[in-house]
Design a protein around this ligand. Structure first.
Ligand code: GLN
Length: 193
């Protein structure tokens, strides 16, 4: 049991710093990470919201795919929105479900990018009594039977977990109530790992 796990937030692109107060309030240490050496030095990862295609490009350009795979194999990971897209084992780029997008395949879930609609369909909602944001959010279209569905939104799973991996379609870090129930749950997972 780790007293104060170091939570590395992948800092290539997207919403990184807003996680700091939530992680600290939940009893963890925040660290923005972007190199293989950074990855090796943290206890768990948050893959933040942002733009999954941009993150994939940067992971490729900086040669980070292999170091991430190696670290994800032994540490808890929480993907938020774009981050959840990187974690899914099946990703459709849009509602037409034509092309698949590359991903780390950590969770047996099928995701449709921008499945709730485009920018104008972005909205806030209450999940677990906490206000969260759906921003060009993915829809978790299907989840395997052994995936634990922790919250549902619009009839679809929106917060899921399996073993050391967790994903949310929404951003819980944008409000100023610290910590969010999801950060609390994730820091507890990192402590127990
Ligand atoms: N639509 C974005 C993507 O496909 C995700 C949006 C977000 O992370 N808020 O990567």
């Amino acid at each position: 049991m780790k007293k104060k796990p170091v939570i590395g937030v992948l800092a290539l692109q997207g919403c990184v710093d807003r996680h700091r107060p939530h992680i600290e309030a939940a009893g963890g240490e925040f660290r923005a990470v972007k190199t293989a050496a950074d990855f090796d030095a943290v206890d768990a990862f948050i893959l933040p919201g942002g733009e999954s295609t941009t993150m994939l490009k940067l992971i490729d350009v900086f040669g980070l795919w292999e170091p991430l795979v190696r670290n994800f194999a032994k540490k808890p990971v929480w993907g938020i929105c774009a981050g959840s897209i990187l974690m899914a084992d099946k990703v459709y780029v849009d509602a037409a479900k034509t092309l698949a997008q590359k991903s780390f395949g950590l969770l047996p879930i099928t995701i449709v990018r921008n499945g709730y609609g485009r920018q104008l369909d972005s909205h806030t909602a209450e999940v677990d009594g906490f206000e969260v944001s759906f921003i060009r959010a993915p829809v978790f279209e299907a989840v395997a039977n052994d995936v634990n569905v922790r919250a549902v939104h619009g009839g679809k799973p929106a917060w899921v977990a399996k073993g050391p991996y967790m994903a949310s379609a929404f951003h819980p870090e944008l409000t100023m109530n610290y910590p969010s129930p999801m950060h609390r749950a994730f820091v507890e997972m990192a402590k127990a790992a």
